[in-house]
Design a protein around this ligand. Structure first.
Ligand SMILES: [Zn+2]
Length: 360
């Protein structure tokens, strides 16, 4: 990058690193440099903890965010960092800068442009101990922590802090703990399984506990019946409606048997597998995607019978899988991914050819 920067007008590559979201497109750069710059753009927000990198930037970085600013006179007067222009309330008033740095009155236009950029970013001077270590590192401080350790520490800290509450609620209901990586892997697999945004949305609704189940409705409307509308016996929590209700357990048992018959493997009949798609590592990957389609068809059918005591039937699930199959076949043609489609749906096609009208 240093060699390429030497050939770039004004040596602007390092300055563009400070450009934040207004990262410039550089068509003339080598692909490796573009890739490095994109990596920088994508990963720095993880380390900034809602701060703007401009806090640690040299003054010239402002020029990377706009094309109509001249900073030579400001640099000559000894203002080398953006932080020098800031107070806890925002940018310093122009008369204060004239007094402090002997800035010329003719720099008023530049001052207004600088003010505009800083206001757009919403940054202000912060107490040094409130700034994340990454910003300190960018300012050339904190020499004892090496950059790689700093990145790992920050990422580990964020994982601890940012586990969403819906994950904790599921873990508390199931009495199990899943590392956040397992949650993310389950989400990734579900996204990869289908072209259908509807399927992804249904998965999110369940995992993020969006459904208005009887217990939630009773909380919103005190006095309303909080019992399950299937068995009329137990509290109608999300976990009960989708998993422990006696009306649903039979259906899940049938789905488990169906998966075994189609795929030839036994998917563990546990709520983390069937509801959250957190599968054991031992499950062959080629079977996971069809399993997800089958589970999503079942969960969509349960949601379709919302507030009804009737339970979805196995033929209904098979019909939904037929529709999903037809949709995925069409989508694979549009996206030129027929070979992937054939691998994922082969077991289902064979099963339907063998027993087109009989179900199990
Ligand atoms: Zn029930």
């Amino acid at each position: 990058m240093a060699l390429e920067n030497a050939c770039t007008p004004n040596g602007s590559i390092p300055l563009s690193l400070w450009a934040g979201s207004k990262f410039p497109k550089a068509k003339s750069l080598l692909p490796t440099t573009v890739s490095l710059l994109q990596n920088w753009k994508q990963t720095t927000p993880l380390f900034l903890q809602n701060n703007d990198l401009l806090l640690a930037a040299p003054l010239q970085a402002l020029a990377a965010r706009t094309s109509d600013i001249q900073l030579d006179n400001w640099l000559k007067q000894g203002i080398s960092q953006v932080r020098s222009l800031l107070t806890p309330d925002g940018i310093k008033p122009f008369p204060d800068l004239i007094r402090e740095y002997r800035i010329s009155l003719r720099e008023l236009f530049s001052y207004l442009r600088i003010k505009n950029i800083i206001q757009e970013c919403g940054i202000s001077l912060r107490e040094p101990n409130l700034l994340p270590p990454f910003i300190h590192k960018c300012m050339g401080k904190l020499p004892k922590t090496k950059a790689l350790s700093l990145c790992y520490n920050t990422l580990l800290l964020q994982n601890k802090l940012t586990k969403p509450s819906y994950m904790s609620k599921w873990e508390s209901e199931l009495g199990k703990h899943f590392p956040i990586e397992m949650w993310h892997h389950a989400q990734k697999l579900t996204k990869q399984a289908s072209h259908s945004l509807n399927q992804w949305e249904t998965f999110c609704k369940l995992t993020m506990r969006w459904y208005l189940v009887p217990t939630k409705l009773a909380h919103i409307y005190p006095g309303s019946d909080n019992r399950c509308w299937g068995c009329h016996n137990c509290e109608g929590s999300l976990y009960h409606i989708f998993w422990t209700c006696t009306h649903i357990t039979t259906l899940w048992r049938d789905i488990h048997a169906l998966l075994h018959k189609i795929l030839g493997v036994k998917v563990p009949q546990t709520p983390e597998c069937f509801l959250l798609h957190i599968f054991p590592d031992t499950l062959p990957e080629e079977t996971i995607f069809f399993t997800i389609h089958c589970l999503m068809a079942t969960k969509t059918a349960i949601a379709h019978r919302w507030k009804s005591p009737l339970t979805p039937t196995l033929p209904e699930i098979l019909g939904r899988l037929d529709s999903t199959h037809a949709y995925e076949r069409m989508a694979s043609r549009l996206t030129s991914s027929q070979s992937r489609y054939k691998t994922r749906w082969k077991s289902w096609v064979d099963y339907r050819k063998g027993e087109p009208h009989q179900g199990l």
